[in-house]
Write a protein that binds this ligand. Structure first.
Ligand SMILES: [Zn+2]
Length: 402
């Protein structure tokens, strides 16, 4: 048994009922971070490390093994208290699945104190394909996703993971992915609770198995295959969203699903939305972008080929400023100003602003790459995953990259 396995075993031996008072036991010797081997994922197989953002703000962690034995972890300054035993980190080796605060994670876990005064840094190391299954289940509503939608999402997610870890592996000794919108949503393994969910889980397993190791390639590089909830009619060019983008296949394409051009008889595709910014939020924008204390006018000054807003001009008593739309979106709230596919504003763009400014638009998210709403609609219209991906990542090819 190597040193790490010994430590994992030592921690497992402390597992008891979480409700019981803390046990006194032999403290677990921490493993230094420098003992983590350098690793990258250049092929579409092997293990990935995921930083669990959903646990970062937890007050306590309850980690259970398959037999429901439990250890309770709390913060103690810069260290942890594991069932009352102080240690700098806790490792749960590959005897998973583990349940953490009610969610199930395959593979192994490492828990450390987060850098601030509270919270945890939890890293889940697991097989790439188990991770992709978790991402697909978190990114899509399984009950409304057909097999081909799941397959398209799996290939895109696998490509993104391999590409991102490869990039980060050049800069970090231990590259990882975040489990939120900084990378891809991942809430652990899908756990079916009834017969219908067991059918969905079996469909998910089929999607993963039938695309195992398959990624999108442009030239000889795995594509940074970004995706988003709904484009609203036209996807965005990655270079307009982030200047470092480097794939031709991440260019803007018209979306037949969001344009209701698939002959499915739908009216609401493209996911219309509206958001009204109040005067206080408008004035906060003026101050943030240094045009004075009151926002007087706002208008788009650069659009992409599909009509998405790229840059806006803000005018206040102290002058004007050109701002990238994504900055404006972050400032007003990405959960409110849902996309750059804005169809109209009230008052009209560039007119004098009164007490509010209403935006009406379509779509959700940055608009780059695969439109998830379209993947669902295109599959309903009979497209398979490869055809869906060929449309949203034009020129890229799907290959087995193991
Ligand atoms: Zn779309």
């Amino acid at each position: 048994m190597n040193a790490r396995a010994t430590l994992a075993f030592a921690l497992l031996a402390t597992l008891g009922a979480c409700a019981a008072p803390p046990k006194k036991g032999a403290p677990i010797t921490p493993i230094s971070a420098s003992s983590t081997p350098r690793r990258t994922l250049r092929r579409a197989s092997g293990e990935v490390h995921v930083r669990l953002a959903q646990l970062a703000g937890a007050k306590t962690l309850e980690v259970r093994d398959a037999a429901k034995a439990c250890v309770k972890i709390e913060r103690a300054g810069t260290a942890l208290l594991c069932d009352g035993v102080r240690q700098t980190e806790a490792r749960f080796a590959e005897r998973g699945p583990w349940s953490v605060n009610g969610r199930r994670y395959r593979g192994s876990l490492v828990v450390r104190a987060a850098s601030g005064a509270s919270g945890f840094e939890v890293t889940n190391a697991l097989d790439l394909e188990d991770y992709i299954a978790g991402v697909v289940a978190s990114e899509l509503v399984l009950w409304s996703a057909s097999l081909e939608t799941l397959r398209a999402q799996a290939i895109a997610a696998r490509s993104y993971a391999v590409s991102a870890l490869d990039d980060r592996g050049a800069r970090r000794t231990d590259p990882f992915l975040y489990s939120d919108t900084r990378d891809m949503a991942y809430a652990g393994a899908f756990v079916p609770k009834n017969e219908r969910e067991r059918e969905l889980d079996a469909e998910l397993a089929r999607a993963i198995e039938s695309t195992r190791g398959r990624v999108l390639l442009e030239g000889e590089r795995v594509v940074d295959a970004r995706f988003h909830a709904a484009c609203g009619g036209h996807t965005a060019d990655a270079r307009d969203v982030s200047p470092e983008a480097r794939f031709e296949c991440l260019r803007s394409v018209p979306c037949p699903a969001c344009r209701n051009e698939l002959g499915l008889g739908r009216e609401s595709a493209g996911e219309p939305w509206s958001f009204t910014a109040q005067r206080a939020a408008l004035d906060a924008l003026a101050q943030r972008f240094r045009v004075g204390t009151r926002l007087e006018r706002l208008r788009p000054v650069a659009l992409d080929s599909g009509g998405r807003w790229l840059e806006v001009e803000l005018v206040g008593p102290s002058g004007s400023a050109r701002v990238r739309f994504e900055e404006l979106r972050r400032a007003l709230g990405a959960d409110k100003l849902l996309s750059s596919a804005i169809e109209l504003t009230v008052p009209r763009a560039g007119d004098e602003l009164a007490s509010t400014l209403r935006f009406e638009g379509r779509g959700r998210g940055h608009g780059v790459g695969l439109c998830q709403a379209a993947a669902r609609e295109c599959a309903s219209a009979g497209w398979n995953a490869e055809r869906i991906l060929a449309h949203y990542y034009p020129g890229a090819r799907v290959v087995d990259w193991r």
